[in-house]
Design a protein around this ligand. Structure first.
Ligand code: NAG
Ligand code: NAG
Ligand code: NAG
Ligand code: NAG
Length: 368
């Protein structure tokens, strides 16, 4: 390199440095940022991200499979069981995003770091309850039923910002197949999500008589309300269960799915649009509206459900339960509770709490 060339380079560097200084002085940096990102001031669905060192285990490389789950303090045992089952049954590079409340972070971290789960890759995100302001009824009874974390799935692209595809799982689930297979579920062009339909044969097996219209739209939405009527949806359309979601986050963003879901949440606080028969379903109705006839489907064996509807007398055969790729104890009888069906299957994946705060209820009862 000639001396002349070096001089030119130094000159250019000086000029760049000068320009940067000038720019920072003339424009306020905060103003500058504000202009570039007009949305930066918007309320985000998280307050902070607490990521531990990723990369303790270097064996699992390849494409990351992002899995979003929520962790409620009183159900932390469920979260570790589902994480353990996903991890043990796959060689894939799974990375969990765990959405939780501030008060739960320490407990969760201890549980994950002091047990055999310590090699699992995860990040913890604290849920920002402010985003629900004006979107969930202020009636204390409803508010109680509206467990804030159940809405986390509405904000999938915000929680998993760098991925194009992600999986959401409820906490009352055990995965028995290789999660890669679920992740490879193909979504049709233009679809932002895939769900498991409530009318497929595998899901129908678990439906009990007397459970009402739990498998179609009229079971979730009040078709007498004008805002619902106007949509022109058929009331007997098969509903779907949003406990397992495969999402194309690019489509989710492009179609403003989060914004649409929030719109229906807000409207419901004023117009009371959801069916009264299913008190627990306040996250399902907005999804049913937004994804009406516009979603892909998940292989039925990848969402065998209603295991929590009947309690210990569930009529599924042990062979069918064994063959299922994913088990979901939706309903009142949870596998960490007293009288659940197939709690022995769940027990295989449960990892005891090193702090001793959580333990499955039936263990206390001494009937195990
Ligand atoms: C720069 O920021 C300060 C404080 O944030 C503000 O008072 C001031 O008006 C800003 N200056 C310009 C030129 O915008
Ligand atoms: C969580 O709560 C603790 C104590 O109340 C507080 O010190 C901490 O800043 C909070 N963290 C977040 C992320 O809000
Ligand atoms: C997601 O949607 C985008 C936009 O339609 C599409 O280009 C992309 O191929 C989709 N990705 C997956 C994994 O389906
Ligand atoms: C999504 O929202 C943005 C900004 O709010 C808007 O410009 C855009 O048209 C919306 N897109 C759709 C498909 O609704």
């Amino acid at each position: 390199m000639t001396l002349r060339r070096v001089n030119v380079i130094i000159l250019v560097l000086l000029a760049v440095a000068f320009l940067i200084i000038v720019q920072r002085n003339l424009l306020n940096l905060s103003d500058f940022l504000h202009k570039e990102h007009p949305d930066a001031a918007a309320v985000l669905p998280f307050e902070s991200e607490l990521s531990p060192d990723l990369g303790l285990e270097l064996v699992r490389k390849g494409e990351e499979i992002p899995v979003l789950i929520t962790a409620a303090e009183e159900r932390l045992g469920a979260v570790v069981a589902v994480m353990n089952s996903v991890y043990q049954n796959s060689k894939a590079n799974v990375v969990f995003t765990i959405v939780t409340m501030n008060d739960t972070v320490d407990h969760l971290k201890t549980w994950l770091s002091r047990t055999k789960l310590k090699n699992i890759k995860f990040k913890i995100v604290v849920f920002n309850t402010k985003i629900l302001n004006g979107k969930v009824s202020k009636d204390p009874q409803t508010l109680q039923a509206a467990k804030p974390l159940t809405f986390a799935r509405f904000y999938l692209p915000a929680y998993v910002p760098d991925a194009e595809k992600a999986i959401y799982l409820d906490d009352d689930i055990i995965v028995q197949g290789d999660i890669q297979e679920l992740y490879d579920t193909s979504l049709k062009p233009g679809h932002a999500a895939a769900f498991s339909d409530d009318c497929d044969s595998a899901s129908a097996k678990g439906i009990v008589r007397g459970a009402g219209n739990q498998n179609n739209y009229i079971g979730f939405l009040d078709f007498k309300k004008e805002s619902i009527k106007k949509l022109g949806m058929r009331a007997n359309t098969c509903s779907f269960n949003p406990g397992v979601i495969i999402a194309n986050l690019t489509e989710w963003r492009n179609q403003n799915i989060t914004w649409q879901l929030e719109h229906w949440m807000e409207l419901n606080t004023r117009e009371d649009l959801y069916s009264k028969t299913l008190a627990e379903s306040i996250t399902t109705p907005p999804l049913l509206i937004v994804f009406y006839k516009h979603h892909s489907t998940i292989d039925p064996m990848w969402h065998v459900r209603h295991l929590g509807v009947t309690g210990a007398g569930n009529r599924n055969s042990p062979q069918f339960i064994k063959a299922a790729k994913l088990l979901h104890w939706n309903g009142h009888y949870k596998p960490w509770g007293r009288a659940s069906a197939f709690s022995d299957v769940w027990d295989k994946w449960f990892v005891p709490d090193p702090t001793g705060k959580f333990s499955p209820v039936r263990r206390h009862a001494g009937d195990n």
